[in-house]
Write a protein that binds this ligand. Structure first.
Ligand SMILES: Nc1ncnc2c1ncn2[C@@H]1O[C@H](COP(=O)(O)OP(=O)(O)O)[C@@H](O)[C@H]1O
Ligand SMILES: [Mg+2]
Length: 399
């Protein structure tokens, strides 16, 4: 198929991306089917606007056609969310086009690799075990956005993508069209966002019932309110104030550790005097939910989802302890990380390559392997070792 390069009215592209100048810009996206050889069919959610996926040498992009000026607005919002280290699709560029009468705009985002639209979790039987995690993932995403001052305005199952994360899920925002970023978010706006979420989730699940993908007795309403409850539990855990005595300083460390375990990075702690004698009020300021991701990346350069990274950092810490015992001296974490990467992680990944298909990333496969090893070891009541675990894993690969 031949492509017909046509220029848009204007095009802004972030550094490191293709120039997108070979696309049939004079035509609306709906007419690109036979005009562009880069088009890819991929699973996607329902949308108001035309969306196409393009393949540039294996790198995938999503293009969405919007009324004039809206693409630039959404592009700016996505850039701000990236600065805030929030889980959202990454903006790649935007264009002004004039494919017919009047002007339109096109938003270009990097396709979120290894992601699943929510409907796959219901239509693919091997993914059914993730449904419960979907609720926590959506609640967790809203909490992260709200902590950073982002009002979404259109939280729904359709506007979220899910990535497997060490047996659970991480939710990503995909549609930022209605989002607003505030210095801080009022409880009214948060409540409003939750209301919209509940209504949309019930709508999204009802669609699946109507399509006979879910049984008629599926607890559609309860699912919406269950996400609501999970949101509040997490929000309260993160924002609650604690009161401590000056001689209970260890409780500050405890609080930080508890938040880190949930993946939240702590930027600041505030201690304020109270009227209650010498009791101090402890407030903790969290920045993002990438605590272990940052740690793993700093130690090894490996990018992973938060829960995956937590498992891998734990494995590195165990290795540090084992190496320290063997060498009879304290081995620094960075040394253990180097050893882990070269003698544990990379050799296993090399063997797992044949399983790299579907929606599981390298890091997810590695975590599935670790889980498999624990499972076998627990059954055998002893550490079965990596060789045996790997052999067994390769002969019974996960669905
Ligand atoms: N960057 C992306 N990566 C993966 N899927 C995407 C991406 N952008 C859009 N999609 C898919 O396209 C669908 C529609 O995109 P969305 O931004 O929600 O459009 P609309 O504003 O019309 O609702 C999403 O539900 C998602 O499945
Ligand atoms: Mg949408």
């Amino acid at each position: 198929m031949e492509t017909h390069p046509e220029t848009p009215l204007s095009l802004a592209v972030r550094a490191g991306q293709p120039d997108f100048l070979d696309l049939p810009w004079r035509h609306p996206l709906e007419e690109w089917q036979h005009r562009c050889s880069r088009l890819e069919e991929l699973p996607r959610g329902l949308s108001r606007h035309p969306v196409v996926f393009l393949n540039y040498d294996g790198m995938l992009y999503a293009l969405k056609e919007l009324p004039a000026d809206l693409a630039e607005k959404e592009y700016d919002l996505l850039l701000k969310m990236e600065e805030l280290k929030l889980p959202a699709v990454k903006a790649a560029g935007h264009a002004r086009t004039s494919p017919g009468q009047g002007e339109l705009s096109v938003l270009i985002t990097r396709y979120l690799d290894n992601s699943l639209p929510y409907s796959s979790l219901f239509t693919q039987p091997n993914l059914a075990r993730y449904r419960e995690h979907l609720l926590d993932a959506l609640a967790g995403l809203l909490v992260q956005l709200h902590l950073s001052g982002v009002y979404w305005g259109d939280c729904s199952l359709y506007n979220t993508l899910f990535r497997r994360d060490a047996g659970a899920l991480q939710a990503y925002l995909v549609d930022a069209e209605t989002a607003e970023i505030h210095p801080g978010l009022s409880s009214t706006l948060r409540a409003h966002d939750l209301e919209i979420m509940e209504e949309n989730v019930v709508g999204g699940l009802s669609d699946l019932v109507a399509a006979a993908i879910l049984n008629e007795d599926y607890p559609v309403e309860d699912t919406g309110s269950s996400i609501h409850d999970r949101y509040w539990r997490l929000w309260d855990e993160i924002t609650r104030e604690a009161y401590i005595h000056p001689q209970e300083r260890y409780r500050i460390r405890e609080r930080i550790n508890a938040l880190n375990a949930l993946g939240f990075s702590v930027a600041e702690i505030e201690l304020n005097a109270t009227e209650k004698g010498d009791l101090l009020r402890l407030n903790v300021v969290v920045t993002d939910r990438n605590f272990h991701r940052h740690q793993l990346h700093n130690l090894t350069g490996v990018y992973a989802e938060e829960m995956q990274a937590r498992q891998m950092v734990n494995e590195i810490k165990e290795l540090k302890a084992t190496l320290s015992t063997a060498r009879k001296s304290s081995v620094p974490l960075s040394v253990a990380a180097y050893h882990w990467q070269n003698h544990y992680y990379l050799p296993i990944i090399e063997k797992l390559v044949p399983l790299l298909k579907n929606s599981a990333s390298e890091t997810e496969l590695y975590c599935q392997f670790l889980e498999h090893k624990w499972f076998l070891s627990e059954r055998a009541q002893r550490d079965v070792g990596r060789e045996i675990a790997l052999k067994d894993f390769l002969s019974n690969p996960p669905a």
